[in-house]
Design a protein around this ligand. Structure first.
Ligand code: MG
Length: 377
């Protein structure tokens, strides 16, 4: 099926796609990128996102973002921007919904601990792991491992990568060696990720009461939008103030991204996807907004991500990951049979895949099964 006629000539379309690793007949009722998105939604790894930490561990509260709701927000923002610039919204959505599939349980604390455990065995990186999930680890199809996604979705998942990994990854790693850019859709998904997490982390930070509204008034971009809300609705209070502020911030960022990127596209005047790959990054915020985002990130790092209560939870999380890894390394017969089989080829990698695939609550339960005598094994 062909792509909508309103796509720009430099957008990714079925016609200029580099295709799938295992060739398949073209889809009959949808585009190639809609098929990618649909495969991602039907995958096991996608369902696990519901129980994986974004910032707050899943059992800390029902209303905090999880990797799943985060990914949906990234997709929503990405689609909006894509439609305004003539980019392929289905590709952006496919990248957004799969970009975090490789995350360990317990967010960055889990990733750091697993990377540390794997330091003598090639390391662990969630971004590479997301690609590994869609290329190898999903076992659903008769004719291939993974989801056999298009090159362009895989390229969008792989945001960064070392020269050594790039060489091992083949075609999808080439741009890191050649110094080329990915598609505009991939660049966009990455920035939509940033818009989503900066804003929902403010919202979750306030909801958890780890952050206070007065503290956030120190952050110029927040203060500016908060004062707009107070000016429009004097006397408004509570959740509505927060939501009205955050929605304005998202709106400002989305509009800025559209405006600045449209200007960059006018100046660079790419005529094809190849022109986009050869040009500098064209999807971008304006310099003023970039500066504000930097200030906001540094505020969140200092006051939320390093809050002592977040640190305590991160500490417990790292301990669970480290102890699970050590126990399985020490005695691989503790692994479920399918992972014992894989461990015969590469024990550390099989263990990393097993642990990375765990949801927060599965990892906690596995920890009890291994180390608490009263718990059933
Ligand atoms: Mg993300």
């Amino acid at each position: 099926m062909s792509c909508p006629a309103d796509l720009a000539p430099y957008a990714v379309q079925d016609a200029n796609s580099k295709g799938r690793r295992v060739p398949e007949p073209p889809p009959t009722s949808r585009s190639e990128f809609q098929r990618d998105r649909d495969r991602i939604i039907h995958s096991t790894a996608f369902r696990r996102l519901e129980y994986k930490t974004q910032v707050f561990v899943n059992h800390e509260g029902d209303l905090f973002r999880t990797r799943l709701t985060h990914s949906l927000e990234v997709a929503q923002i990405g689609r909006t921007v894509a439609r305004n610039l003539g980019l392929n919204p289905d590709l952006v959505e496919a990248i957004a919904l799969s970009h975090d599939l490789g995350h360990t349980p317990f967010g960055h604390a889990g990733q750091d601990a697993l990377n540390e455990c794997m330091k003598d065995y090639g390391g662990f990186e969630h971004n590479l792991q997301s690609l590994r999930v869609v290329d190898k680890l999903e076992e659903s199809y008769a004719e291939f491992d993974g989801l056999n996604l298009t090159f362009e979705t895989r390229e969008g998942i792989l945001k960064h990568c070392s020269p050594q990994d790039a060489r091992e990854l083949g075609e999808v790693g080439e741009r890191f060696l050649k110094g080329e850019r990915p598609s505009l859709e991939a660049q966009l998904a990455n920035l939509a990720d940033e818009i989503a997490y900066n804003n929902h982390d403010i919202d979750d930070g306030l909801r958890s009461e780890l952050l206070a509204l007065e503290q956030l008034e120190e952050v110029p971009v927040f203060a500016r939008h908060l004062h707009e809300v107070y000016a429009a609705y004097p006397g408004l209070s509570g959740r509505r103030v927060i939501h009205e502020t955050v929605r304005r911030m998202i709106g400002t960022l989305v509009l800025d991204l559209i405006t600045q990127s449209a200007a960059n596209l006018r100046d660079a005047a790419p005529r094809s996807l190849d022109d986009v790959r050869a040009a500098p990054a064209l999807m971008a915020f304006s310099p003023a907004i970039q500066q504000e985002q930097k200030e906001l990130k540094s505020f969140l790092r200092q006051h939320l991500y390093r809050h002592y209560r977040v640190n305590r939870m991160s500490n417990k999380s790292r301990r669970i990951v480290r102890e699970l890894f050590a126990a399985f390394m020490d005695n691989p017969t503790l692994l479920p049979p399918q992972f014992q089989e894989k461990a015969k080829q590469d024990q550390p990698r099989a263990i990393a895949d097993y642990i990375a695939g765990m949801t927060d609550r599965y990892a906690m339960r596995e920890y009890r099964r291994l180390f608490v005598m009263e718990e059933l094994a």
